[in-house]
Design a protein around this ligand. Sequence first.
Ligand SMILES: [Zn+2]
Length: 194
Amino acid sequence: MKKKSRAVFLDRDGTINKMVFNTDHGILDSPLSSGQLELLSGASRALSLLKKGGFLLVLISNQPGVAKGKMKMGDFLEIDRRLDFLLSKSGTRFDAKFYCLHHPDAKVKSLRRRCLCRKPKPGLILRAARELGINLAESYMVGDGITDIQAGLSAGCKTVFIGNFKPELWNYLKGGKKPDIIAKSLLEAARSII
Ligand SMILES: [Zn+2]
C-alpha cells in the first residue's frame, strides 16, 4: 500500500493574507475583492519551506462572503486566482484548496445550510484527507482563529495557532487541549513544524 502523505492544512485570511479593515463596521474582515488581497510578510516563504519539508499544502477556508451577500461569486473566484498568482511569483502553490461557502443565515438561499464543512467542523479536512490520502495524525492544521484549532483537533491533526493565544481560549478547546505549536507568524510556525 502507498504510504500516506503528510499535509499542512492552512487557514487563509489572517494566516496567509492580511485582513482588511472594514471602515463601515470598524472591524477586520476578509478581502472582498482581489485588489484587497495582500500576502502577509513571510507567507510565501513559509509555504515553500513546508513544501520542501515534504508536506502537501492544503487550504481550508470558510468564505461566507458570497452567502452573506457581501460579494459576488465572481469576486470570490477572482480573489482565489489572485492568491495563486501571488504565490506563484515565489514559485509555490497549494496542492489543493477546499472552501466552505455556506452560512446558516445566508441571504443567498442556495448557500444557506448547516453544513458539515464550515469550521469549527472538520468536514473540509476530512474530505481533503480522503481525496488526497493524507495521514491526519502526522498532519497539522494552522490558523489564527480558535475555529481552526477546533477543526484540527476534531479531525485528529496536530494544531498550530498563529497570534497571541489567550489562556481563556483553552476553555473552548476539547478537554482544554492546547495547540501543539503557538507562533507569531506563519514563517515561525513553518520553522517549528519542520
Ligand atoms: Zn460548508
